[in-house]
Ligand binder design. Sequence first.
Ligand SMILES: [Fe+2]
Length: 206
Amino acid sequence: MNQVVGLFPTPIMRVERLLGEDLIRHLVPEVTASRTIANAKSDRLSHTEIMSPRSKASFVEASALINPKLVEFGALLFGENLDWSIKEIWVNFLETGGSQSIHNHANSFVSGVLYLTPSHPSANIVFHKSLGGADFAFKNQNENVRFGPYNGGKWAMPTIAAGDLVLFPSYLLHEVPTNRGNQRISVAFNAIPARLDSFGYAINLS
Ligand SMILES: [Fe+2]
């Protein structure tokens, strides 16, 4: 009998409908009233400034729902229930035809996106394994190839509904392809644990 072990997998968590319709109804007018800055690469994408999670009453309410999920997701990454907090939060307005180029989030351990509207499938978040390095690359990609977890280089979230939360490790590269649907509003954030301890070699974060 064959045994195949998926070594060192990367967790991504989707929490379905974390936000109820009432909270979404409070959040949308609050965030749409904020001043926005156009994205450097897509003029159909704009962002609010980076804010404190305590800057709006609805952020405080949303953070209270997100925090237990951060603890759960953080336990997958670090093997322990740690004291997690959101350190910054901002809002993205993705219009029809807009996209977000590939990037990851520096100085953070867990990043997340909370969807305030449905996401058209064309604009669902796509995660990438890597962009390559400074070495020559060899690949087998053609019409006969079946892509799976071991040979695939990218993966798109299959479904996203309004109220959903998606959590991922901050180092993971991600992008949003061109939105072929209506305006999509999402709240993004970065989170850190209070402390990491490796047999006494500890680091405190705040
Ligand atoms: Fe991002």
